[in-house]
Design a protein around this ligand. Structure first.
Ligand code: NAP
Length: 193
């Protein structure tokens, strides 16, 4: 599978036919950016499955959009991701769009003596490992679709958890963004001045 910027053909096709009758899975669709994705896909006529861990926001999503399948799923749990994929398999038999949006931003102070290593591990599990495993788990479903699409929602600074810029900045380092193919910026490097 190639990883590339969506072609003009895909973008123009999406714009002209919309997402009517397409099956869309949005992780973290119960709030924030994910919920905005869900609402846009619903407005376009897609069948949307949204997942998250918080029952209250899942129920609020369901109340506002009864057609949405709001499912509890912790994307960092292999068994819960398996159950979610099995639900999509039973219900729809394919997946047209996977939006890997669920993510957390831990407040880790690298300068503190008692850095919470469990928080770092948790952030990597949710933000990095989970999307990889979800794509792997959903590939058979995506391969049943005519024009499968995977959307990765990420930060422009994937290599720099909060705390790293502060730590390096205090020691005279300057952060620079470097441009990527699909996003305005996909990483950072640091130089000492
Ligand atoms: N806000 C920004 O400025 C910004 C900028 C660039 C990129 N992003 C990225 O955009 C994505 C969404 O950000 P946001 O601002 O909308 O954040 P948000 O409001 O905190 O929403 C995060 C969503 O992810 C879900 N989530 C977190 N951990 C999960 C887990 N283990 N399993 C399932 N769902 C989980 C949350 O639901 P539950 O709590 O119910 O699990 C929630 O729906 C993130 O990946 C973030 O890194 C955000």
């Amino acid at each position: 599978m190639n990883c590339e910027t969506p072609s003009e053909e895909i973008l123009s096709t999406s714009a002209s036919v919309g997402y009517r009758d397409r099956i869309v899975l949005v992780t973290g669709g119960n709030s924030g950016i994910g919920r905005a994705f869900v609402e846009r896909f619903v407005a376009e006529g897609a069948s949307v499955v949204a997942c998250g861990r918080n029952e209250t926001t899942l129920q609020a999503l369901k109340a506002a959009h009864p057609s949405v399948e709001a499912r509890r799923c912790d994307v960092a749990s292999t068994s819960e991701v398996d159950a979610l994929a099995e639900f999509v398999t039973r219900r729809y038999g394919r997946l047209d769009v996977l939006v890997n949006n669920a993510g957390v931003m831990e407040q880790v102070n690298m300068l503190a003596g008692d850095v919470d290593e469990a928080a770092i591990t948790r952030e990597i599990a949710i933000n990095l490992t989970a999307p990889i495993l979800l794509v792997r788990r959903c590939l058979p479903l995506l391969q049943q679709a005519r024009r499968p699409l995977i959307v990765m929602v990420t930060r422009a600074t994937p290599c720099s958890p909060r705390g790293v810029p502060r730590l390096l900045g205090d020691q005279g380092w300057t952060a620079r963004l470097y441009p990527g193919a699909a996003l305005p910026a996909t990483g950072q490097w640091y130089s000492r001045h």
